[in-house]
Design a binder for this molecule. Sequence first.
Ligand SMILES: NC(=O)c1ccc[n+]([C@@H]2O[C@H](COP(=O)([O-])OP(=O)(O)OC[C@H]3O[C@@H](n4cnc5c(N)ncnc54)[C@H](O)[C@@H]3O)[C@@H](O)[C@H]2O)c1
Length: 243
Amino acid sequence: MRIGIIGCGSIAHEIAKYRKIHAAYDVHCDKCSGIAARVCRDIDDLISSSDLVIEAASPQAVREYAMRIVSSGKYMLIMSVGGLADPNFRDELFQTAKKKGAKIYLPSGAIGGLDIIRSARVAGIEEVRIRSTKNPRAFGVDVRGRTKIFTGTAREAIERFPRSTNVTVLLSIVSGRDVLVELYADPEVDSNVHEIYIRGKFGEASITVRNVPSEDNPRTSYLAALSPVSVLDLIDSEVVAGV
Ligand SMILES: NC(=O)c1ccc[n+]([C@@H]2O[C@H](COP(=O)([O-])OP(=O)(O)OC[C@H]3O[C@@H](n4cnc5c(N)ncnc54)[C@H](O)[C@@H]3O)[C@@H](O)[C@H]2O)c1
């Protein structure tokens, strides 16, 4: 399977350590060096050079390119899940994938517990909440002590903090509800901490993930950069365990 990638930043560089990337496209083409043998001049060039396109660029890139990729019947793996926050756009994209025989993969990224949410949803979920705590520079805010900077729904969160709240939209998609989000900026914290609470017919679960940030991008958790590699492993594997 020829893997193509949009966006050659910290996630792309991590993926390239584990997987051969056939083609790459970035608005700044110099960033593609060292990622892929083939540097594409535009998105159409990338689509025709790939069987699976990984988006690791921005929510804007998802809105701009996803429909074209999926319409071509290609597989797509989306990291900037925030680009799917608009339910109308999301439904249209998912319907197009169905019609064209494409597949869309949304990796677990910086969080865990999505397996529980998927199973719980079968019988009914009553509540899903996420509290994320990051260093203020990851949110682009300036605060002195631990400060709650946002309370609201996932859709509102991604509008205010499009680069730092992809996981809240992912939680909404997997749970089927616009989840409640609290964001804290804490100058004392160096890790990206996600605390997730789920309650449903199955019982309840609390999951805390304390992520080490990527070396070259404090907004991106190292685990998030590893998650697409694990998805690629699953696609290739005859045994699909732990999903
Ligand atoms: N799902 C998750 O859990 C999760 C976690 C971390 C990051 N992310 C998202 O993944 C994406 C990539 O993260 P990163 O840390 O590698 O970012 P990065 O800033 O290190 O790299 C992004 C690259 O994409 C390029 N780019 C941006 N917009 C583009 C466009 N429209 N077309 C082509 N290239 C474009 C930039 O030039 C840059 O080189 C971000 O949107 C980030 O929010 C998701």
